[in-house]
Design a protein. Structure first.
Length: 265
């Protein structure tokens, strides 16, 4: 079943009893869009309609964000992947295309590797395999993001997401800088989940054709991770977007969207 109805602001119940909010827009074959760390479904607000000519889109609020529950446990990319499957089960969707960016790309790796029968095509954006094989951000970026001044940290994150030229023409607000209503324990849980991600050993199990996208100026998740993923996932190819940073999908909306739509077919 693919489903064509527009179901929105509905909830799925996970096997550990957590209520996960999801949103469905458009009609046609389903495309699941997975957001970055500490973000809810608004991460995709600027671009999701670009896919409605070929797909319906499904987003969700990660546990701890948006309208979803914020339990004290269950913070891992593998657990988040099972939450995605719970949403698909609730919707009666047996198989979908999956597009994950940043931490959402880490989660998508687990969905595609552990539940290959559920994923038709896979897109991984601005993400990494995690673990010791991954290329980590440099120490200066880590220090800046861990600073005590919240305004300075937000400014740093904004500049890691977008180029100065784009920011000058787009004054915001931006939907990619984190859910401001997250509880502290949930924000910390997302950080742990992302930092402890390591899917290196299971990536050869990904059976879906895979497109890997990355901005070549991404300092939040270095672009050297793209060829690592491409070499590890059997039927995959990587494409670098020249001059783009972490939020390439929004800043380079036309180019990135066209690549994904062509790949999905």
């Amino acid at each position: 079943m693919t489903g064509t109805e527009d179901r929105t602001d509905t909830f799925a119940r996970t096997d550990d009893g957590v209520s996960v909010a999801y949103q469905r827009r458009g009609t046609g074959l389903p495309l699941v869009l997975l957001a970055g760390q500490a973000n809810n479904h608004h991460w995709w607000d600027g671009v999701r309609e670009d896919f409605h000519s070929i797909r319906s889109t499904i987003t969700l609020d990660w546990r701890g964000t948006g309208a979803s529950d914020a339990p004290r446990e269950g913070w891992s990319t593998r657990r988040f992947a099972e939450d995605v499957v719970s949403v698909l089960d609730t919707l009666g969707i047996e198989r979908a295309d999956v597009y994950g960016t940043s931490m959402g790309g880490r989660v998508a790796q687990w969905v595609a590797a552990r539940r290959p029968e559920r994923v038709r095509r896979l897109v991984l954006g601005c993400t990494s395999p995690g673990g010791p094989e991954a290329v980590e951000r440099d120490a200066s970026v880590r220090r800046a993001l861990a600073g005590p001044d919240a305004d300075a940290v937000r400014q740093t994150l904004t500049e890691l997401m977008y180029t100065p030229g784009w920011l000058a023409e787009h004054p915001g607000p931006y939907g990619t800088l984190g859910d401001p209503r997250m509880a502290p324990h949930a924000r910390h849980g997302h950080l742990i989940a992302s930092n402890r991600h390591d899917a290196w050993d299971v990536l050869p199990s990904v059976g879906a054709p895979t497109l890997i996208l990355h901005g070549d100026q991404d300092r939040l998740t270095p672009p050297d991770n793209a060829p690592l993923l491409a070499a590890r996932i059997p039927d995959s190819r990587a494409h670098l977007l020249r001059g783009a940073r972490h939020a390439y999908f929004e800043e380079r909306r036309e180019e990135a969207g066209a690549l994904v739509r062509a790949f999905l077919g």
